[in-house]
Design a protein around this ligand. Structure first.
Ligand code: SF4
Ligand code: SF4
Length: 88
């Protein structure tokens, strides 16, 4: 069960989440980051680090955001490892 980035991330993109992720799950969708559910170990470190409270467990997230994270084309998106990787 992965964590999910939701709409509160739109326009924010701090990157605190990516800095603490042990399995490098974060990708840049353009106006927000998303989590690759295949790599997420559901440790919740990113949820605690996010200043916008944008990250939730999937059973606490709307289907819309679960779909946006799960169906992102991770092969073509930029992977985000730290704040320095984020382009605005
Ligand atoms: S810390 Fe929160 S708001 Fe910032 S990029 Fe990560 S999920 Fe988005
Ligand atoms: S829950 Fe843990 S493994 Fe999953 S994206 Fe967040 S920090 Fe990474």
């Amino acid at each position: 069960m992965p964590r999910i980035v939701t709409g509160a991330c739109i326009g924010k993109k701090h990157g605190d989440c990516a800095e603490v992720c042990p399995t490098e799950c974060f990708f840049d969708l353009g106006d927000m980051l998303v989590i690759n559910p295949d790599d997420c170990i559901d440790c919740a470190a990113c949820e605690d680090a996010c200043p916008e409270n944008a990250i939730f467990a999937d059973d606490e997230s709307d289907a819309k955001w679960i779909k946006i994270n799960a169906e992102a084309d991770f092969g073509s998106l930029k992977q985000i490892f730290s704040k320095d990787d984020i382009v605005r």
